[in-house]
Ligand binder design. Structure first.
Ligand SMILES: Cc1cc2nc3c(=O)[nH]c(=O)nc-3n(C[C@H](O)[C@H](O)[C@H](O)COP(=O)(O)OP(=O)(O)OC[C@H]3O[C@@H](n4cnc5c(N)ncnc54)[C@H](O)[C@@H]3O)c2cc1C
Length: 240
């Protein structure tokens, strides 16, 4: 049984697994079925230091939840038909122990990194909150948004809604530009399936380069303004 790890899905999957007395692997980053019919449920474990593949060997159903954007969207296959069975479940108000008193919208600035096609993301290498303006300028040129690592959120440089990674958002943009981000596994699990990853880091051995499509060993404070001004120049040339 596969459940989307959305706000509602997280709530529902745990409750259903408890009722059915079966296992549930949440926030899987990979799923497969082996030749014995076991669902191989892969997710980061032990603080993201290892990738664990978990099996539900003795109980049924096998249950897993997956965060949005973790899996690639497959081509639509119109030859496949499925039967939708609608069940009505009569629930009385008094059966529900939880009451929603108020819904407070998060991310008041209206930026959803998970939905963006282009993300220019900054890490601790950006050194200070005000330096994120150069990332915003590049993001504006590319029609994208600014994201960040957890180190940046912990430093108070960016709000938590912008955090990419295991405890932040899982993203799958067309272009992910990682600026001054080392590439810790907890960050990589949130962005490594991006179509194109461009990494800029002064340390040529930074793990981010292992998942990068293009790597630039250099100083973000030189490289980013140079890319932005090159984009502006070529736009101006095309317009004239
Ligand atoms: C349970 C758990 C969950 C976590 N969840 C997340 C998560 O969701 N997301 C996340 O990001 N992290 C997460 N982390 C933290 C993660 O382990 C790392 O600590 C964090 O990602 C490091 O952030 P960083 O790459 O910005 O900083 P650092 O690791 O300090 O890297 C900074 C990089 O900047 C480079 N640099 C410095 N100056 C420059 C310059 N001028 N130009 C170019 N490069 C420069 C350095 O070479 C370095 O590689 C989690 C950790 C745990 C234990």
């Amino acid at each position: 049984m596969l459940v989307g790890a959305t706000g509602l899905g997280r709530d529902l999957a745990g409750a259903v697994a408890t009722q059915l007395k079966t296992g549930l692997t949440v926030d899987c980053t990979g799923l497969a079925i082996d030749d014995r019919g076991f669902l191989l449920q892969t997710r980061p474990a032990f603080g993201g230091n290892i990738m664990a593949t978990i099996l539900t060997e003795r109980n049924r159903p096998q249950m897993a939840s997956v965060r949005p954007h973790v899996m690639p969207m497959p081509e639509k296959d119109t030859s496949r038909k499925g039967e939708i069975i609608r069940e009505s479940v009569p629930v009385k108000e008094e059966d529900i122990a939880v009451k929603v008193l108020e819904i407070i919208e998060g991310g008041k600035e209206g930026v959803d990194v998970a939905a963006a096609d282009v993300i220019v993301s900054g890490g601790r290498g950006m050194c200070a909150s005000e330096n994120f303006s150069i990332l915003q300028e590049l993001a504006d040129e590319l029609g994208g948004v600014v994201g960040c690592s957890r180190a940046v959120v912990e430093a108070g440089w960016m709000p938590v809604e912008r955090q990419v990674g295991q405890t932040g958002k899982t993203v799958r943009p067309k272009i992910y530009v990682a600026c001054g981000i080392s590439g810790a596994i907890q960050h990589l699990v949130g962005m490594q399936t991006s179509d194109v990853v461009i990494a800029i880091n002064t340390d040529q051995h930074a793990p981010i380069f292992e998942v990068a499509t293009y790597g630039i060993v250099g100083d973000v404070f030189k490289v980013i303004p140079a890319i932005t001004s090159r984009i502006r120049e070529s736009r101006a040339k095309r317009a004239s």
